[in-house]
Design a protein around this ligand. Sequence first.
Ligand code: SAM
Length: 393
Amino acid sequence: MTPAARVQAAIELLDAIIEAAKGEGAPADRLIADYFRQRRYAGSKDRRAVRELVYSAIRACGEVPASGRAAMLALAGQDDALIDLFDGSPHGPAEARDGEDAAEAGVAPKWLVERLGAAGITGEELASLMGRAPLDIRVNSLKADRTNIELLEQGEPLAAPQGLRFESGVQVEQWAAYRDGLIEVQDHGSQLVCIAAGAIPGETVIDLCAGAGGKSLAMAARMENRGQLIACDVDKRRLGNLPPRAERAGAGVIETMLLNPKSELEMLRDSGVTGDLVLVDAPCSGTGTWRRKPEAKWRLTPQRLARFSETQDYLLDIAAQVTKPGGRIAFVTCSLLDEEGKDRIDAFLSRHDGWQALAIDLPVGRAYGNGWRLTPSHDGTDGFFVAMLGSAC
Ligand SMILES: C[S@@+](CC[C@H](N)C(=O)[O-])C[C@H]1O[C@@H](n2cnc3c(N)ncnc32)[C@H](O)[C@@H]1O
């Protein structure tokens, strides 16, 4: 592909990403993969270059752009070499017209910038949400240890005891250590919130929103495979990924339980299980993970955010009813919005007598509201809110 044809391909992809964002369609990564599956003539360098253009344009635009072309013109406004590729050549974009509208540069849509600002995320904290994330792994202490594991590349040790950091793009999934379950890909922030959750060997732990089990696996390792860890979710496909991962990791302590939406509490009660610790790694807007999925800023609306808050309250109320007397709830979201963090905990405490917020003290991050906050700019992690709640004995 010529450089101009790559720009045109990026424009077409951005059109698809913008449409998908408006209609809750496929994520950008999937759209890019599908696009190139139908264009086998594009080589790996072309794919990398187009991908880079697409993500740079998404990062450059705040509001949802009117079109892919407007988004690319916004990026070209910051790069003279790029504007020269709007040259009308075959397969390239038409020349830019005098006064043609470019999308507005910015970090995120205005309403979200305001909500994040109200939660103290401004300036560098805000800008870094559009940065690029490194690749973090967790050494699986059920099978190996960071101090002596032999890996194909040497990573930078992180504050989490088994965490190592690599540059993004390192293909750790192809390493034997990955295939053999010695390492898991996991953002440092996720590793830290599992440390805050504080699962203890021998306990009964309920992971209410286990998904594919990233945090279940980390907790199983902290539990030294002793006790019981019930990993639940309402999404059969996601939860179905966990048993093979658990097997690879040697995490025999994990059992899965598929819940039916709206019957979660009934099903948990019928099973007779109650937790010393219940992790609520709740579905959320993911504002803390924009470094990995920058187009998520265009998918969120005030209505969708309100629905996330409602679901978080709903799940916290379930958690309270399946926690043993004297037990704990760990509430986690990968969001920096108060509506999905501090406010949920304040609301929980006002609804539930006999519960209190417990202190958190991690080596990274800072106290925020009745919990703890991690951010890309301050901590070099994805953005997270975590709070610990303790019930009366
Ligand atoms: C943030 S993700 C979990 C990520 C996972 N804990 C990990 O570490 O990889 C939130 C999960 O909550 C699940 N979920 C949504 N509504 C739920 C409900 N009512 N009950 C249980 N899980 C739910 C979603 O299917 C999704 O897998």
